[in-house]
Design a binder for this molecule. Sequence first.
Ligand code: ARG
Length: 462
Amino acid sequence: MGAEGAEGGHKLWGGRFAGGPAPELEAVNRSITVDLRLWPFDIALSKAWAAGLAEAGVLTAADAVAIQQGLDRVAKRIAGGEAPIASDEDVHTFVDRLLHQEAGEPAGRLHTGRSRNDQVATGTRLWAMDAVARVDGMVREVQRAIVGQAEQHLGTLMPAYTHLQRAQPVSAAHWLLSHFWPLERDRVRLANARSAAAVLPLGSGAIAGSAFPVPRESLRAALGFERISPNSIDAVGDRDFVADLLYALTMLGTHLSRLAEDLILFGSSEFGFVRFSDAFSTGSSMMPQKRNPDAMELARGAGARVLGDLVALVATIKGLPSGYNKDLQEDKRSLFDAVDAISLLLPAVAGSVATLTISAERTRGALSSSMMATDLADYLVRKRVTFRDSHAAVGRLVREAEERGVEMTELPLASFEAAHPEFGPEVMAELRPETSVSHREIDGGTGPAAVLAQLERAKTLL
Ligand code: ARG
């Protein structure tokens, strides 16, 4: 391997073929445009492999050093902008070609006992582990933005909706934090996906395991993996970790989409609860008055793409026979696309949330007295009336207010007393949204102290 082929390209294979591959095959087979970004990890794992070969007595210490120093120079060249050439089939071929230029004869010994099958699995896992760390940091920034807004709106009251119908008053902080916890669960899923990726395949060779006694424990420690793959056939064909990460990203994209949908809705003139900053609003080419929440809409849209990546990957794996199959080359397309999409989105969502303004006046204005109907029923329950009877009595009051076209606060006390004899004059206080939330100091409820405790809990997680 490793020789400059007759056709001029550097190939990792080809000895058994009389002629070169057709250009049509080369075109479909080439993955360098997708997998180039694996290069730092390809170099790291090759340096570890060279050390392992030396430990196994396959390489002399001098050759191992020559290879490792050569790989360092290759890294410098690629970091400095050196681009692949047309004949570089994939990132492994590219790095190997440059290594031959940098290290000469010892370079031809590096691929001993390994295959691109265990190599690409190892590199992709390292890339995925690194990606999780980056994405996790960006998720925390969105959470920070949510917490920052929540801190300012502990006392702001707004309607909470079920079926998108006004349901009950809550503090705006409580609503904001309702988007914090799904992201926290996403962080757990991301951590689990990282752990699934942290299994070392190197040493599995093409499928049967390396014939040279390279100490895999040294490789594991050198590369920062948590565990060693227990079966070489499984190791080269296992892309569960990609599916796990794509699922975590799909859920993350889903949560960003739901947050975006709330904000788009609440940012409409009809609601007017939130207003996006100039920095995170776009205009219209035709309508001068427009202030569009494009970042939020793109967050909603990108969620769909990431789900598509997950579906593509799982469908790719599903029908494969055991071991490595070239279909698996597609894994990186899905993985990189999803990570790219989410990585672009998270800072835009964080910025949009951090800089938006919530109008306490508008949210307060959307609270109608009928939203305290449950509180009226609860008031009767505290006077030992059954909830069933209370519900019916309050229902009558709601209907009466509706028929008269007034708020329940405008009904005379006589109406309350007629609906149920247990109603007394102090019932009017129950129609205040502040009273409603103050009753809900249960853990996880919207009572002021409960929300403050929730906020503190959220802050300790950052
Ligand atoms: N470019 C390939 C991939 O991404 C590397 C592994 C190729 N192995 C092989 N035997 N052709 O999956």
